[in-house]
Design a binder for this molecule. Structure first.
Ligand code: ADP
Ligand code: GLC
Length: 514
């Protein structure tokens, strides 16, 4: 593995008490309206945490058909006078369910009112006009941010998330009096790369703030247009979603071709780890699971395992280990998008030996068709030992997080990751590749020792079958000793992954920019 630099300016500035700010939060997905991954969770939980700290946060999102279908009583608001790229555009307003947070929906039927997901018809498809779709979205966000959308409201700061919002920090630079901008990289691998023809069709100014846009020092990236570069170059600050990933992306191995640029932005670049929704993910109060439990009633967790085994037709009699875990084989869970990032191919490659070593496994996921097919074939081959459910299913996700003994997360890279934190909260031990946010939020147990200290899970450092199997052997060693196992589970359950701490760090960063 490439050595990552140890000295990088990822610490968020410290400062005095934060005063209330107006914040516009721009994103391409938002739980529970539309979600493909963790970005939607962050877009819900961070604004809510900021709101609880007294800030006035408004969220802006494209009005996809799936969003419109799920909402009633949408009110048109504001007035967008300019004809934007020749499309009819208006703004709708709603509020986020069970919160006071206002959400603006950018309504452009020609670009957003179509079947399928936010980025394409299905998971591994992209709409051909995505440059136009998100280019227009960025223009509208900029109008709102500069109080040009007839809303009589101006934010102090615009918080942009991922490439779909990445032109905003650049477009803001056109205005003398403008809010500050923060750009958060949730996943550097998705950069919003389009052709030069797409760049021309966007009809952006040739030069902004003295910077020629079609230049390798700005938007041009090896002959293509990169949305992501626009934000990295023009935002007042850039961050990513863990300190580990913030260090990794400065290296060629993880930098996706942007490591050089990221190294040049120095102390404009930060790492702030995500939190999780501790109300929605709470084993003591979870409407999706069979039996509620907590750190002092971990013996009840077995009922969730039995329910999970039954849901996935896993035979619920083990080969008799003696640890009191109800004579069960350890059950591994996976809840994941099925993309190259998530390392599902490593699980498939190692599966025969995982099964031989006495583990059962259940998988919930959707994504690349080829991976879905391979997983289903594995379930057919190992009937009764491996169960697979293809699709997005909140109930099953909760059942796995509560019912599995361990959660397997072999991601090739992971900017933050949320499921390892859910798992710890449920006394389900994460077994993960030691990268990015996974290495930052899991404390590994030392090999073969009776003193597991404060460990909360297992990490393997090489992306290889043998490293994964070695971690699973260490897991089995602890699983076989109920006292140690409970110690490991309880250490994870004691961790505080609430959003409060991360929201504090964001506040301090906002404050330092304004
Ligand atoms: P990423 O955003 O890269 O997919 P994260 O771990 O940050 O990874 O977030 C994934 C989120 O999506 C979690 O809330 C997880 O529970 C959820 N999730 C992933 N796949 C599914 C699925 N098939 N069904 C339900 N929830 C899922
Ligand atoms: C991205 C990353 C994931 C992160 C999420 C929310 O989808 O892949 O690691 O947790 O964004 O920031």
């Amino acid at each position: 593995m490439t050595k990552v630099p140890t000295k990088v300016p990822t610490k968020v500035p410290t400062g005095g008490a934060a005063s209330a700010m107006n914040i516009l939060f721009a994103c391409s997905e938002l739980y529970p309206l539309i979600k493909t991954g963790g970005l939607a969770d962050v877009a819900y939980n961070l604004p809510l945490a900021l709101h609880h700290q007294g800030h006035k946060v408004r969220i802006v999102l494209p009005a996809y058909r799936a969003v419109l279908d799920g909402l009633s009583h949408l009110k048109p608001v504001g007035q967008i006078n300019t004809s934007i790229q020749g499309y009819d555009v208006s703004l709708l307003k709603t509020s986020l369910k069970n919160t006071e947070l206002q959400v603006y929906l950018v309504h452009c039927p020609a670009l957003f009112d179509r079947p399928g997901g936010p980025y394409g018809e299905f998971a591994d498809h992209s709409w051909e006009d995505n440059a136009q779709r998100f280019g227009l979205f960025c223009r509208i966000v900029t109008l709102i941010a500069t109080d040009r959308a007839g809303l009589a409201w101006q934010p102090d700061l615009v918080h942009c998330n991922d490439w779909h919002t990445a032109l905003v920090p650049m477009l803001l630079r056109v205005y003398q009096s403008r809010p500050r901008s923060l750009f958060t990289i949730h996943n550097l691998a998705y950069q919003g790369l389009f052709s030069e023809a797409d760049f021309k069709a966007l009809k952006l100014p040739e030069v902004i703030d003295g910077v020629r846009l079609w230049d390798f020092r700005a938007l041009e990236f090896y002959g293509q247009m990169s949305f992501m570069k626009a934000a990295i170059v023009f935002a007042d600050a850039v961050n990513t979603v863990s300190r580990g990933y913030a260090r990794e992306v400065l290296t060629p191995q993880f930098g996706c071709g942007l490591d050089g640029l990221l190294r040049t932005i120095g102390d404009r670049f930060h790492g702030i780890v995500n939190g999780i929704d501790t109300k929605f993910w709470d084993p003591g109060n979870d409407c999706f699971i069979e039996t509620l439990y907590g750190a002092s009633s971990l013996h009840r967790k077995i009922f969730n395992k039995l329910a999970l085994q039954s849901e996935f037709h896993i035979s619920s009699y083990g080969n008799g280990n003696s640890n009191g875990n109800n004579n069960e084989r350890p059950l591994l869970g996976v809840v994941s998008r099925l993309t190259g990032q998530k390392g599902i191919d490593l699980i498939l490659e190692t599966l025969p030996r995982i099964i031989e070593s006495g583990f059962d496994m259940v998988v919930l996921g959707s994504g690349e068709k080829s991976v879905e097919i391979e997983l289903q074939a594995a379930a057919a081959k190992y009937r009764g030992r491996v169960g697979v459910r293809i699709g997005y299913d909140e109930r099953i996700a909760h059942m796995i997080i509560a019912g599995a003994d361990a959660l397997l997360i072999p991601s090739r890279y992971e900017p933050c990751g949320l499921t390892q934190m859910y798992a710890q909260r449920y006394g389900t031990v994460p077994v993960a590749h030691g990268v990015g946010g996974l290495a930052d939020t899991i404390i590994d147990i030392p090999p073969y020792t009776e003193d597991i200290a404060d460990a909360t899970g297992l990490l393997f450092w090489d992306f290889s079958s043998s490293a994964l199997l070695e971690a699973l052997q260490r897991l089995a060693f602890v699983y076989d000793n109920l006292l140690l196992w409970r110690q490991l589970q309880r250490a994870g359950m004691r961790e505080n992954f609430s959003w409060e701490h991360s929201a504090d760090q964001y506040c301090r960063l906002y404050q330092s920019l304004c």
